[in-house]
Design a protein. Structure first.
Length: 393
């Protein structure tokens, strides 16, 4: 594993990935967010962008998924740029890329070329449909991967699939599946001295978590119809209810003890025996009763009444309200940034002996190019020559 004085100075005490160097060639959301999780845990992540447009994520997204990284610009279409990346690979533990299958090979920095200069490296490729298979070259976005994986059909209500601002295929199928694969391969490389090519398809990753739809198929011989299964609208005890001020509460009283607590808190003990009745008409009757109750008071009333979480009732919050919530503040999930109006989301992984340090802001494209190349053994004239040749930015 590799570390540098500059990166070590900013690594939090007890960081589990201290000394791990990651080359991040990804763009937009799934890859950058995954490598940011690694950076939060202490890895020295180098964000590598081309000398042109670079990462074309919006400035707001870029700021939120690239903290704690250093940045370098390399033109991989230039022979000296390829040589520069391979030089960095010799001192790296992980490389993550998100190009279409075959692009890295055509550039001369595919897994075989990189493993030839560093057999220990973990090389992770994130794509929509994977490095092999009939759809490997097909373009797509989150909704395409979720749709083909049979997951989009299960999100929404009886009217049909819903579009979400939390792209499940990108984040679950891409980000978190890639992080798991990288960490597993890193663990193995530490034991064996050999890296691996980790092939992450976002469609695979989201499909692998479609447990409940498949369980319904196994149990009933058919796929659960959206709006007619326990978690998609069939039960009055599990759903969203509008309040008097147009806000909503979430009710998740699936278990009898929570349903009883809910009914008693609402002063409707007569509803207790009607829990999960199995009868559609009864469920609609109970749903109407709950809708009338919750619709009679504003959200603030219900937040106060259920502040202890009784009955599994919580307010449906906006992200700004969530970041102000005392629970998430206590958990360190809101991180103040240099710009007080632009807070960061905290590291969700808590463990003993490790406390994340104050985050470094997302770097400007190429901000650390000279520093990184100096650590790689290039002197100032060599760096200047690369820049003059257009191999670096």
């Amino acid at each position: 594993m590799t570390s540098s004085p500059e990166s070590a100075e900013s690594t939090p005490t007890g960081a589990p990935l201290a000394g791990v160097r990651v080359l991040d060639l990804t763009r937009l959301l799934p890859g950058p967010l995954g490598t940011m999780h690694l950076a939060d845990l202490g890895a020295d992540v180098l964000k590598i962008e081309d000398t042109g447009a670079g990462d074309y994520a919006s400035p707001a997204v870029r700021a939120l998924v690239n903290r704690n990284k250093r940045a370098i610009r390399i033109d991989l279409k230039h022979p000296e740029g390829v040589a520069t990346l391979l030089r960095l690979c010799r001192q790296a533990d992980v490389l993550v890329e998100g190009f279409r299958p075959g692009v890295m090979q055509r550039l001369g920095v595919g897994y075989e070329a990189v493993a030839a200069v560093n057999p220990r490296i973990v090389y992770c490729s994130i794509s929509g449909f994977g490095q092999a298979g009939p759809l490997r070259d097909s373009p797509g976005h989150d909704l395409n991967y979720a749709a083909l994986a049979g997951v989009a059909e299960q999100i929404g209500n009886a009217a049909g699939p819903a579009l979400s601002n939390l792209p499940v295929a990108d984040l679950l199928g891409g980000t978190m599946t890639a992080v798991a694969g990288i960490l597993a391969a890193l663990f193995d490389a530490a034991r064996t001295g050999r890296g691996r090519h980790v092939d992450i398809a976002m469609a695979d990753g989201v499909l692998a978590h479609a447990v409940l739809p498949l369980a319904g198929l196994h149990q009933h011989g058919k796929v659960p119809q959206i709006g007619h299964s326990a978690l998609t609208g069939a039960l009055a005890c599990y759903g969203f209810y509008r309040t008097a001020d147009g806000r909503q509460v979430a009710v998740g009283a699936l278990e009898p003890k929570f349903w009883e607590a809910l009914c008693r808190r609402l002063e409707r003990p007569d509803l207790v025996p009607l829990h999960r009745s199995g009868d559609a008409a009864t469920e609609e009757s109970v749903r109407a009763a709950l809708a009338a109750l919750f619709g009679a008071q504003p959200l603030a009333h219900w937040r106060e009444l259920f502040r202890d979480g009784a009955g599994c009732v919580t307010p449906v919050l906006r992200i700004d309200e969530t970041l102000a919530h005392p629970h998430f503040r206590a958990r360190g999930m809101r991180i103040a940034a240099d710009d007080a109006a632009s807070p960061q989301l905290g590291c969700p992984i808590k463990m003993t002996g490790f406390e994340p340090s104050a985050p470094r802001p997302a770097p400007r494209a190429g901000e650390h190019t000279d520093e990184i190349l100096r650590q790689a053994g290039l002197d100032a004239p060599a760096v200047a020559a690369l820049r003059a040749a257009g191999a670096i930015g």
